[in-house]
Every structure is written in C-alpha cells, then in structure tokens.
Design a protein around this ligand. Structure first.
Ligand code: ATP
Ligand code: MG
Length: 403
C-alpha cells in the first residue's frame, strides 16, 4: 500500500466556501484515482491523506494527482503507527545515507500537542542524526531537501519528496461553461485556463460536414478528451453548420460572412449550453488576432446573446498561447490539418469594424427570405450530435436530446 499527504492551495478557503472546495476536491481526487486500485481519501488537519492499495500504480497515480487542480502539492509518506520514533529515525537514516542533496532541514510538526517532546527539540535531534550520516550541511532557510515529520494522534508521517499539483481551484467549484472548441490552437488553451479556475467544461464544435470531411470532429473529440482526462464527464456537441454557411454565402455580403457565422454560432451555442446547464460560453479569442476579434467586432458578437462570453486569452500573445498548448499536449493535435468550418467559405475582405445596425439589417433580410434562417437554425439544433466524454475516452450517446 502507498500513502500520500495532499496539500491544497489556500485560495478560496474562506468561510462556507471551504467545505465546498474540500468536498469537490475530494471527489476529483477519487476520480483521478479511479481504476488504479482500492483507494481511500480522508480529511486530516487541513490536508487529505490518500491510501491506495496497489504499489505498482504509484507512478500513474502521481501523474494523475499532478494534474488535479486545487492540489498545491503532494508527498508520498511513510506511516508509522503509535509514537515510536525508532522507525522514523531508521527512515531518516536510510534517506541520509542515500544522499543526493547538499543542504537539508528537518521540520517537525506536532498535530498532537500531547506528544511529550517539543517540535524544535525533536527537529534538532533528528537533524543531528541526518547530519552525522551524510555530507550535506544544515540550511534552515533554503534547504535543497526538507525532511518532514508530522506527529498525529495515533501515527507519525515521515516524508521528503514533494510533487507539484495542478494548483488553481478544483474543477467544478466555479460552475459549468460551454467552450467553443474549434480544432485550432487557441480554444483548448482557453479551456485549460478555465479548468484551472474551477470551471467544469462542456464542448461545442461547429463543422461543415458533409461539405468537408469528418476530421475536424475527430480532432474536437481528441482535444476534448485531452482537456477532460480524469477530471469530469463532459458533453461534446457536434453541430452541422454547413447548410447555414451556404445560405449566408448565397444571400449576404461577403464582408459580413465571418461575423454572421459567428453570431449564429453563438445563438446555437447559447441554446446547447443551457441544455447542459452552463452559465457562460467561452472562446479562444485574443484581441486583434483575426478580423472577428477586434474590439468593435467583439462588441457586436457580445450583443448577439444574453449569456456571458468568457475569453480567457483576450490579452495573450500567440507565443504564450502556444506555450500553454505545448504544455498540455494539445498543440500536436491542433496543428494536424483539417477542414475547419470557417476556412471553408472564408471571404477575402472581412469587416474589422462591424456595426451592429448593419449586421442586424443583413440578418433581417436573411430571416425574411424564402425559407427563414430561423428554421434552418432549428434544423441544425435537431441534427446536432451529442457525445459524452469520460475518462475512458469518447462514448457516443444514442441520440441528440430533444429541446
Ligand atoms: P487558431 O488557433 O487558428 O486561431 P481558433 O480556434 O482560435 O484557432 P479563430 O478563428 O481564431 O480560431 O476563432 C476564434 C474562436 O471562435 C475560437 O477560439 C473558438 O472558441 C471559436 N470558434 C471558431 N471556429 C469554431 C468552430 N468551428 N467550432 C467551435 N468554435 C469555434
Ligand atoms: Mg484564434
């Protein structure tokens, strides 16, 4: 059996939020450990203790815990029953002799204040033991290696290896957001930032099949699975936008095309987001990156729907976005070629300063034409496929949910 002491970040730990934060984090840790063996996680003096039955999964559990948001860091611990310090000394001796550090400190914490020895005295005593058995010097300010001893009511924890967690907030504490996931580099990076701030995500991808191949949909599914991992279960809506794009190309001035695609995307996304109980949409927009992302155009886009649109990358440079994408592993998937629905039928002269009045005028004409565009929107929503993404990959749900 392997045991870990899990420290969580202090953020969001005030008042009633604290138990909500802890319960969600507990659920997320269980989820991360799923399938790796018998696991128990318990709350303990403002930390969690995890016991996991099978030793052979240690590296996998460490990789997974390292990605749990809300975990500041965690440490594999040696657990000694009772108050016998001999096994603790034996462990420190073993670690001292193994070396691999030039300076060290021993820190003792008594959660059980009835324990007879004072923390400082014990730390000094154990420090002397370590010092006598290795070449390293004591450095209490900035030690390369810290040996920790925590004395609880019925047992003692000893550890020195500290592994970084995902930090941020536990996924789920900040509500649900529907991310518009294109298959480009930006939107997965935007999703990662929102997950880190505690948002649970659902995904909406617009494609132009059957006018283009299905590759963009598989890419979206791959990206959604990568973002979700063992963090939650998510919906992926695959929305066939092709007919609507053809309609816009046929009946609207070409300069407005992208803005019109985007406005209808937002309207459809708002409806799908509500089905999955999301409070907001999110996009990978960055200010000035392309024509539809000028401040003027963003203002017009925001006026389309009543749901807030979160744009976590709004002030990010492309290089910084790429750095996030590389770190989370989405970059390699995003750069695979596909026929994105907006590269299909892209105009040469998109407006950069759209006026709301002009766009609304164009939309009015589209509504008034032979077959109103609203009917097309309804049809598109009815033909949207919903998949469920879980830790085991992608599961296709039987049918789209009725409105
Ligand atoms: P790139 O990395 O090439 O910029 P992108 O995904 O950012 O890719 P943009 O054209 O910049 O593509 O689109 C801005 C945002 O609009 C995207 O980040 C995404 O949130 C949303 N979006 C664009 N196209 C789609 C699509 N086909 N499906 C879902 N969302 C989309
Ligand atoms: Mg972009």
């Amino acid at each position: 059996m392997k045991s870990y002491l899990i420290h969580y970040s202090e953020i969001g730990l005030k008042g009633r939020n604290r138990s909500m934060f802890e319960e969600q984090l507990l659920r997320n840790i269980y989820r991360a450990a799923k399938g790796l063996g018998q696991v128990t996680v318990r709350r303990l003096f403002g930390r969690f203790r995890m016991d996991i039955e099978l030793d052979e999964h240690a590296t996998t559990i460490e990789q997974r815990l390292g990605r749990v948001f809300g975990v500041a860091y965690f440490a594999p611990i040696e657990v000694t029953k009772g108050f016998d310090l001999e096994p603790v000394r034996a462990k420190l001796l073993e670690w001292a002799k193994a070396g691999g550090f030039e300076s060290f400190a021993v820190r003792v914490r008594r959660v059980n204040k009835n324990f007879p020895a004072k923390s400082m005295d014990l730390a000094r005593d154990l420090g002397t033991l370590v010092g006598a058995n290795c070449d390293a010097r004591v450095d209490l300010k900035n030690p390369e290696r810290t040996f920790n001893v925590v004395i609880l009511n019925k047992e003692i924890f000893t550890y020195h290896r500290r592994i970084e967690g995902g930090c941020g907030l536990p996924v789920g504490v900040s509500g649900k957001v529907a991310l518009l996931l294109s298959g480009g580099i930006d939107s997965p990076a935007a999703g990662e930032l929102l997950l880190k701030r505690g948002c649970a995500l659902h995904f909406i991808h617009f494609h132009s099949a059957p006018f283009t191949d299905r590759r963009s949909q598989e890419k979206a599914a791959d990206l959604a699975s990568l973002l979700i991992q063992h963090r939650a279960e998510a919906h992926l809506y695959l929305v066939p936008l092709g007919e609507l794009q053809r309609r816009i190309v046929a009946d609207a001035p070409s300069a407005y095309r992208v803005m019109l695609y985007r406005r209808y995307m937002l309207r459809i996304a708002e409806r799908l987001a509500r089905k999955s109980k999301c409070l907001a949409l999110a996009t990978g927009d960055a200010l000035g990156q392309v024509a539809s992302q000028t401040l003027d155009n963003i203002t017009v886009l925001d006026s389309t729907i009543h749901m807030p649109i979160l744009r976590p990358l709004i002030a990010f440079d492309k290089q910084d976005i790429i750095a996030i994408a590389r770190r989370i592993g989405s970059f390699e998937i995003s750069i695979e070629p596909d026929a994105d629905c907006c590269s299909y039928l892209m105009p040469k002269d998109p407006v950069t300063k759209a006026r709301r009045r002009d766009i609304e005028e164009v939309e009015k004409k589209l509504s008034a034409a032979g077959s109103p565009i609203e009917e097309l929107v309804e049809q598109i929503i009815a033909n949207t496929e919903r998949r469920t993404i879980g830790p085991d990959g992608v599961v296709v749900s039987p049918a789209a949910e009725p409105e």
